[in-house]
Design a binder for this molecule. Structure first.
Ligand code: 0O3
Ligand code: SF4
Length: 333
């Protein structure tokens, strides 16, 4: 802060909820348990979640991240990431004689199932999402002939369907709620009989983290979002913070990436993190800020979360079998 204007009152507003959602927690634990259960290496198709630190930590424990199942040597185990995969990827794994553990978040699977159902009923499905994002590739793969990607309100004018009275919209789980509603509004103008998904596709965790950052945004001179650049939900939090009135907002993987110049004239710093971000990284940011006079932390809570998901079924089966084996071994001894 040398040579900078240091405001007298300095504080941090810490958003809650923030960080790990139930789907990420389950996916990361799935890789850890698989390493314990089967031993290293365990292959993972794509980053298990979009976080540099998580990927590095799991690599150190013996996980090998690959882009495609074809890279996994025959007979090995491959874990599918939390973002989900297209059915063709399951088929590839079967052809490659790979054992699979599907760590797709159940809330992503729910969207896959909606896509399959509407495609069976021969609807045109307008999938709102970001082009090239893994989740969108996976969901689209469930019904490629029925799904058209709509990447924001700007895409709506160019959308064409077979029958404007038989159209449904679905979405990626990690989008901006407000921008998605804008896209839906524009689609409804174009297709007045457009059907909405049976329940929210943007998941509870995405919505809660955006609500929390909105609540603090207007009071913050600077918002620091902890998360990786390829994490859609983390990137959205920066946009939501700015939209809510934060004067400045940045995404950082680690505290070391914070630029001291961002603190120039800043009294209130908002801190939050994406759904794929371990709390240890937020703690690092809070320490960094405390060392610069921002040690007064107020938590702004906008929702309580208690949702958890059980581990992928393949892993539960093997963990159960091992526990039963140990028990039987113990009994006979
Ligand atoms: O989908 P996104 O890029 O936000 O993915 P992250 O950062 O890994 O967060 C978890 C979300 C997810 C696995 C799909 O909903
Ligand atoms: Fe599941 Fe939502 Fe987390 Fe994605 S952000 S993994 S959909 S809980």
């Amino acid at each position: 802060m040398d040579g900078m204007t240091a405001p007298t009152a300095r504080k941090v507003l810490l958003a809650a909820p923030r960080g790990y959602c139930a789907g990420v927690d389950r996916a990361v634990i799935a890789v850890e348990k698989a390493l314990e259960q089967y031993g290293a290496p365990v292959y993972v198709r794509h980053e298990i979640v979009h976080n540099k630190y998580v990927v590095k930590t799991l690599e150190k424990k013996g996980a090998i991240f690959v882009d495609e199942t074809a890279e996994v040597p025959e007979g090995n185990i491959v874990i599918f990431s939390a973002h989900g995969v297209a059915p063709v990827v399951h088929e590839e794994a079967e052809r490659g004689k790979l054992a699979t553990i599907d760590a797709t978040c159940p809330l992503v699977t729910k969207v896959h199932k909606e896509a399959v159902r509407f495609a069976k009923e021969d609807y045109d499905i307008l999938l709102i999402g970001h082009e090239g994002h893994e989740e969108v590739i996976g969901t689209s793969g469930e019904a490629p002939d029925h799904i058209t990607l709509v990447d924001g309100p700007g895409d709506v004018a160019g959308v064409e369907v077979r029958d404007p009275d038989k159209v449904v919209w679905l979405s990626q789980t990690t989008l901006s709620v407000d921008e998605t509603m804008e896209t839906v509004g524009a689609l409804q103008q174009k297709f007045p009989n457009l059907i909405s998904p049976p329940s929210d596709d943007i998941c509870y965790a995405t919505q809660n983290r955006q609500t929390a950052v909105k609540q603090m945004g207007a009071d913050a001179d600077l918002v620091i979002v902890v998360g990786s650049k390829n994490s859609s939900n983390s990137v959205r939090l920066v946009e939501v913070a700015l939209g809510a009135g934060a004067k400045d907002a940045h995404l950082v993987d680690y505290a070391e990436e914070i630029d001291e110049a961002w603190l120039e004239g800043v009294s209130t710093v908002g801190v939050t993190s994406g759904a794929s971000v371990p709390e240890i990284l937020v703690e690092g940011v809070l320490e960094w800020l405390a060392q610069r006079g921002y040690g007064d932390v107020e938590t702004i809570t906008s929702a309580q979360e208690s949702i958890t998901f059980s581990l992928p079924k393949e892993l539960r089966r093997d963990l159960r079998a091992e526990a039963a084996g140990k028990l039987a071994g113990g009994e006979s001894a």
